[in-house]
Design a binder for this molecule. Structure first.
Ligand SMILES: [Zn+2]
Length: 113
């Protein structure tokens, strides 16, 4: 039986894909990181440049949440590297879901709880 303060977010995978030009930054096709809740996980030994990461971060909380089929946040999966000379794209994929409890992620009380 579900707990009354549960909520579910999508788990994400952000993968570097080759665009139509060479990549300038220190990322390679296939590099990736995953996001579950507020945690960002890189494979052991892999790095990820901070400038594209800064551009991707604002999209992740929206991509983690359920959106309607007509929302562009539902349909659009790739974003460009912020370096205008870099051909990298970043594919954001919803890979699964994780259920969290409100009481375990914040101290703000639920209304009516
Ligand atoms: Zn780049």
């Amino acid at each position: 039986m579900p707990q009354s303060d549960e909520f579910t977010l999508f788990d994400l995978r952000v993968e570097v894909v080759q665009g139509d030009r060479p990549m300038v930054c220190k990322h390679a096709a296939g590099d990736y990181f995953e996001v579950r809740g507020e945690e960002l996980m890189l494979p052991a030994g892999q790095t990820f440049p901070i400038y594209p990461l800064a551009a991707i971060l604002p999209l992740l909380p929206a991509k983690q949440r359920h959106t309607v089929p007509t929302d562009w946040m539902t349909t659009d999966m790739e974003v460009a590297c912020p370096d205008p000379l870099c051909g990298a794209r970043f594919r954001i994929t919803r890979t699964g879901t994780t259920t969290f409890r409100h009481s375990e992620v914040t101290l703000v009380p639920l209304e009516g709880a």
